[in-house]
Design a protein around this ligand. Structure first.
Ligand SMILES: Cc1cc2nc3c(=O)[nH]c(=O)nc-3n(C[C@H](O)[C@H](O)[C@H](O)COP(=O)(O)O)c2cc1C
Length: 302
């Protein structure tokens, strides 16, 4: 009997659908039943964002508050594999992804089913993925693989270019000097090689060793600096989300958050990172390697 695969995702810019389409190329002509579903919120997140609407998405993203999704239909009630493609927003799963993960139909479909996650991020997906892992576990899904595509430019450069892209809607060179925002075209095209790896496991109906193979093929990488920054930012974001949610003047609180984030990202983080790499990291190598293995999905404890 041919294998049934569900690929489900949300995308605002189209980047994640490009990633999904390339990932699925090897699945063509193999007699596999591939169903691709793009979800959409009832109240759309407009693109390009205004500065206000962009930061306004923070509290609900961080506090995992779902939004209503447009009804979507799934042809089957069970699948041999579900591929959940998603993007992080403010170090959390995007609001449409959180909404999908709380959707009763989707939860039923992923119960006792192998799931591969396919992330399209700027470069910080670790915290978001921990949350997705929890939600999958609660739904009794079996996470068998994780692929993370990122913008490989430095943290500060990709922060500038993503803000430019999100706030103007233009995926070109900011000021003519910065690189093109988002995941590099070549990396998007190369997603088909990860699709090929996953396909072999689907055909064998055996996902043992899949994550190791994905790691060996650089389908996912964990950088020490980014792991450190995300580790610190996680608590701070949830403090800010609570503050904004409780604030009587949400708009003003979000303006404070915006400036806080810009200063933290462009001024504080580089200084703290410099001292961390110089003074602390050399003595913490064992722990760093252990954490990297965990976030790569190769172990279950940090
Ligand atoms: C509101 C918002 C917050 C974002 N926060 C993060 C983040 O915390 N980490 C990250 O790596 N990328 C972040 N991104 C980038 C997205 O994960 C994604 O790569 C990009 O928006 C492309 O969008 P698409 O997948 O919807 O087409 C953010 C994007 C938006 C719009």
């Amino acid at each position: 009997m041919s294998k049934k695969i569900l690929v489900i995702y949300y995308t605002q810019t189209g980047q994640l659908s490009d990633i999904v389409n390339n990932f699925l190329l090897p699945f063509e002509g193999e007699g596999l039943l591939v169903e691709k579903v793009c979800i959409n919120p009832v109240k759309k997140f407009t693109f390009p964002w205004s500065s206000e609407s962009f930061f306004d998405a923070m509290p609900e993203s961080v506090s995992s508050k779902p939004t209503e999704l447009q009804p979507f239909e799934l042809k089957e009630t069970t699948y041999d594999l579900v591929v959940l493609a998603y993007q992080p927003w403010f170090l959390s799963p995007s609001i449409p992804t959180t909404s999908l993960l709380t959707n009763p139909t989707f939860k039923k479909v992923i119960a006792n089913t192998p799931v591969v996650t396919l992330i399209g991020a700027r470069n910080m997906w670790i915290n978001a993925h921990e949350r997705v892992k929890d939600a999958l576990k609660q739904a009794d899904a079996k996470l068998v693989g994780n692929i993370a595509l990122v913008d490989k430019h430095t943290n500060l450069v990709s922060a500038v270019t993503i803000l430019y892209w999100m706030l103007t809607g233009k995926k070109d060179k900011c000021l003519g000097v910065f690189p093109i925002p988002g995941v590099a075209e070549q990396d998007i095209v190369n997603t088909k090689s990860f699709g090929q790896i996953v396909k072999q496991h689907v055909l064998k109906n055996n996902f043992n060793g899949l994550q190791q193979e994905l790691v060996d093929n650089k389908a996912i990488e964990v950088k020490t600096n980014l792991m450190f920054v995300e580790g610190r930012a996680k608590k701070l974001f949830s403090i800010w989300a609570n503050l904004v949610n409780k604030s009587k003047n949400r708009r003003r609180a979000l303006v404070f958050f915006k400036y806080y984030l810009l200063i933290a990202l462009f001024v504080v983080a580089p200084i703290v990172l410099f001292f961390y790499r110089l003074i602390f990291a050399p003595f913490l190598q064992k722990r760093i390697n252990r954490q990297k293995k965990y976030f790569l999905g190769l172990t279950t404890t940090k």
